[in-house]
Structures are given as structure tokens and as C-alpha cells.
Ligand binder design. Structure first.
Ligand code: NAP
Length: 288
């Protein structure tokens, strides 16, 4: 076992998808998990010590108390735990809230946020899952320093995302993940409504993979935009929109808005060419 976190004592509240994963990663790097508490004892994933009732949790001699409870439970759990002295540093894993959600622990503990920008559909205890993951940090200097130490040990990437920016940072994260998947589902739905075989839906998935890979290689994702709108091919795009009006009129406003946004993103990189400007005018005339 690599000991980048050896000597670190920590406890976990909320051994769910995120909590069990981060705890396993910390243990894989030599940290010692002292105690785990949750709402119910439940069945804990392997590698976690038996859960103790929340009211019995005493982390005063720990370096870290990690709270990985649902966003809505954070303030109640923090208020309850803060009645007793807790660990030197307390961190939560919510993306939408800053360190202030843990204010009840101050001044006894340094508080911070450690948000993994990753989807955890289930516990992901293999440390390889952490490689390259971005973590948004916020909070007191001592808490941010410990969070950075964890992220470095896990092979992730960390940067501070201050409290004031966190709500929209989280919204943008939903666009990057759920938004892309929504569009993929919509593309598949259209293929289904056209009576096309299911292979077409898989084809869209492969196409999306290639587009995301190209966006990742570009200096700015907008430089990797392709398709009739990005090219300013008004004839092709507007006839497609008319076809959509027949098949699925409820989707026309979204498609026009997306096209307008494609041109806005393209314009961020430099002025639009004549065809692109003309297409933008056509789109704006069709939007309410
Ligand atoms: N899942 C993701 O993809 C993801 C990604 C990044 C960040 N996050 C954030 O990470 C945090 C945890 O999310 P999660 O997805 O890991 O949630 P989760 O799988 O539902 O796990 C939540 C854990 O908290 C416990 N819990 C719930 N209410 C509690 C309470 N009132 N008191 C004490 N423990 C309580 C649950 O225990 P029971 O099982 O007994 O209810 C469970 O162990 C959230 O802030 C979430 O926004 C989630």
C-alpha cells in the first residue's frame, strides 16, 4: 500500500455512494478510517468499520471528519454533530454548497468543501476511479490544504471554487453531464419516431464520443464545433427544422435555441462569417 496519507485518521458520516468511495480511496493511500456513522446501520460496503449511531460519534482526536450525506441533510447533520468537539478539519462533498454549510463546527474545526466532479451511480471503491477527477475545493486554509493533500494522493486535480460561484458551477456541471445525455436521449427518440433501427441510436453514441474526444483535444471546446449550424449552412439547417416541425413540433424551439447558442459559442472565438451571421438572423426571426 502506498502511504501518501499514512498517519491520517479520519471518520465518515454518510457511507453512501460518495462516502464509501472516498473512504476507500483514502484507505488505499494509507489513511486510517476510525469510525463510520449513517442514518441507518444498513449494509455497509466491505472495508468499512461497523457503523456507530450518529449521536455516539466522537471524532475529536481525528484529523478529518468527512460528511457525505445528501445536500438536504447537511445542515441538520452538521448542527447535531457540532454540539460536541469534532475533528481538526471537517469537509463535505456537496457541489452546490460552500464551506459555510459547516459553519456550526467553527471555530473548533477548520471547515471546507471537497466536491468530486464525477457521477457515482454506486460506490466506486477502486482508487483507479479517482485518476484525473476534478475536485472543487472551498473553505478555511487548513481545510483546503488537507483537501488538496487527499486529491493529490488520489491522482485527481483540485482547484478552489468559491462559495459565490458554486451554484452556477454546479449548474454548468449538470449541463456538461446530464445536458449532454439529455441531447443524446433526444437524438435517439427522434430516430425511434422515424422508425429507424436501434443501431442508429448506438451510432449517435459513437458520434458523441468522437465529438467529446475532439472537444477535449481542442484549446476551447467551441473550436471543435461541427455540423451545418457551425458552418453557417442555412439551407440545410432550416430545411431540417421544417422536417422537425412535422415530426416533433414541440422540439423546434429547443433546436433553434441550441443553434443560436452554437453560433454564440463560435463567435466567442472570433467574428462570424457572412453565412453564419445570415443564419443567426434567420434563427432569431423564428424564435419567439
Ligand atoms: N452521487 C453522485 O454522483 C455525487 C457526485 C458528487 C457529489 N455528490 C454529493 O455527495 C453527497 C452524498 O451523495 P451520495 O450520492 O453519496 O448520497 P447517498 O448514496 O444517498 O448516501 C448518503 C449517505 O448519507 C446517509 N444519510 C442520509 N441522511 C442522513 C442523515 N439525516 N443523517 C445521517 N446520515 C444520513 C445515508 O444513509 P442511509 O443509507 O441510511 O439513508 C447514506 O449513507 C451529496 O452532497 C451529493 O450531492 C454526489
Amino acid at each position: 500500500m502506498d502511504g501518501a496519507l499514512s498517519g491520517l485518521r479520519f471518520s465518515l458520516v454518510g457511507p453512501g455512494r460518495v462516502g464509501a468511495s472516498l473512504a476507500a480511496w483514502a484507505q488505499a493511500k494509507g489513511a486510517r478510517l476510525v469510525a463510520v456513522a449513517g442514518r441507518t446501520a444498513g449494509t455497509l460496503p466491505p472495508g468499512l468499520p461497523p457503523a456507530v449511531p450518529l449521536g455516539d460519534l466522537d471524532t475529536a482526536s481525528d484529523d478529518l471528519l468527512l460528511l457525505a450525506v445528501p445536500d438536504g441533510a447537511l445542515s441538520v447533520v452538521a448542527a447535531g454533530l457540532a454540539r460536541r468537539p469534532q475533528a481538526r478539519v471537517v469537509l463535505h462533498t456537496s457541489g452546490s454548497q460552500g464551506a459555510a454549510a459547516l459553519a456550526p463546527f467553527q471555530p473548533g474545526s477548520a471547515v471546507g468543501a471537497l466536491h468530486p466532479l464525477k457521477a457515482f451511480p454506486r460506490p466506486l471503491p477502486d482508487l483507479a476511479e479517482a485518476a484525473g477527477v476534478f475536485f472543487a475545493l472551498d473553505g478555511d486554509p487548513e481545510a483546503v490544504a488537507l483537501a488538496r493533500r487527499l486529491v493529490t494522493a488520489w491522482g485527481g486535480v483540485a482547484a478552489e471554487v468559491p462559495a459565490a460561484a458554486r451554484a452556477l458551477y454546479h449548474l454548468a456541471a449538470s449541463l456538461a453531464a446530464g445536458g449532454v445525455v439529455t441531447l443524446l436521449a433526444l437524438a435517439g427518440e427522434l430516430a425511434g419516431r422515424l422508425g429507424l433501427p436501434p443501431e442508429v441510436g448506438r451510432g449517435y453514441l459513437e458520434l458523441a464520443r468522437g465529438a467529446i474526444a475532439a472537444a477535449g483535444e481542442a484549446d476551447d471546446p467551441a473550436a471543435a464545433l461541427t455540423g451545418p449550424v457551425a458552418r453557417g449552412d442555412a439551407g440545410t439547417f432550416l430545411s431540417q427544422v421544417e422536417g422537425l416541425r412535422e415530426l416533433a413540433p414541440e422540439k423546434v424551439p429547443l433546436v433553434l435555441e441550441l443553434a443560436r447558442e452554437t453560433l454564440r459559442q463560435r463567435e466567442r472565438l472570433g467574428s462570424l462569417e457572412e453565412g453564419q451571421t445570415a443564419l443567426r438572423r434567420e434563427i432569431e426571426e423564428r424564435l419567439p
